[in-house]
Design a protein around this ligand. Structure first.
Ligand SMILES: *[C@@H]1O[C@H](CO)[C@@H](O)[C@H](O)[C@H]1NC(C)=O
Ligand SMILES: *[C@@H]1O[C@H](CO)[C@@H](O)[C@H](O)[C@H]1NC(C)=O
Length: 189
């Protein structure tokens, strides 16, 4: 009951705050169809129990197992930087902020290997002004429309072969572009 009360209290307090923002659901459905990196185990959803309880009520219990880089997810800095934060070490406040969307979907359609450039960030700022400090910078590559077809998502007729992958990303120095230039904490694509 205490947890339910806390959640109700939180949602009552959050509702007027959230009303000031447009909340966008960026999540993809997860299932055995979810594209995963070659060799990774598939997403596993298993119903452990679904049925009536002795008291005449209803009870459901599911199990799910997944690799961490499947579907919509947070990539911790430790993913590519030894000794850096893992997800549980990222302060929750770093995961909330004004969102900025840099749209490179046309460029990524024309070139499946398109890489976000400094010029893309500068072009956004020329149009909209400085990226706010602490912003969540999201790069829209348009790839969401291809999900969950692994061949389309990975840009290859052989999605089991990493050497044939083609998909948009960041220039190697681009990985740091939004952070260095704007002080944003999180970059997504
Ligand atoms: C999925 O998880 C369930 C529950 O842990 C397990 O029994 C089953 O073997 C798993 N399936 C696969 C394909 O790994
Ligand atoms: C994977 O793709 C590369 C590049 O096309 C090719 O050279 C290699 O033979 C392929 N590997 C397999 C196992 O098919």
């Amino acid at each position: 009951m205490a947890l339910v009360s806390l959640l109700v209290l939180l949602s009552l307090r959050l509702t007027p705050i959230l009303a000031q923002f447009t909340v966008v659901d960026l999540t993809f459905d997860l299932g055995e169809f979810t594209p995963v990196f070659p060799g990774n185990p598939p997403f596993n959803f298993t119903i452990l129990f679904r049925g009536k309880t002795g008291g005449g009520g209803w009870y459901e219990l599911n199990y799910f197992g997944t690799t961490e880089h499947a579907g919509t997810h947070v990539d911790a800095p430790a993913h590519y930087s030894k000794g850096s934060w893992r997800v549980h070490e990222i302060p929750a406040s770093n995961l909330v902020g004004p969102a900025v969307v840099i749209d490179v979907s046309q460029k990524a359609t024309d070139n499946p290997d398109y890489q976000l450039s400094v010029e893309d960030v500068q072009a956004w700022e020329t149009t909209y002004g400085r990226i706010p400090h602490g912003a969540v910078v999201l790069v829209n590559s348009g790839r969401d429309s291809l999900y969950p077809d692994a061949s389309l998502v990975f840009g290859t007729p052989t999605p089991e072969n990493v050497s044939t992958f083609h998909f948009p990303g960041h220039q190697s120095r681009g990985r740091h572009i939004p952070h260095k230039e704007t002080g944003c904490h999180r970059c997504g694509s």
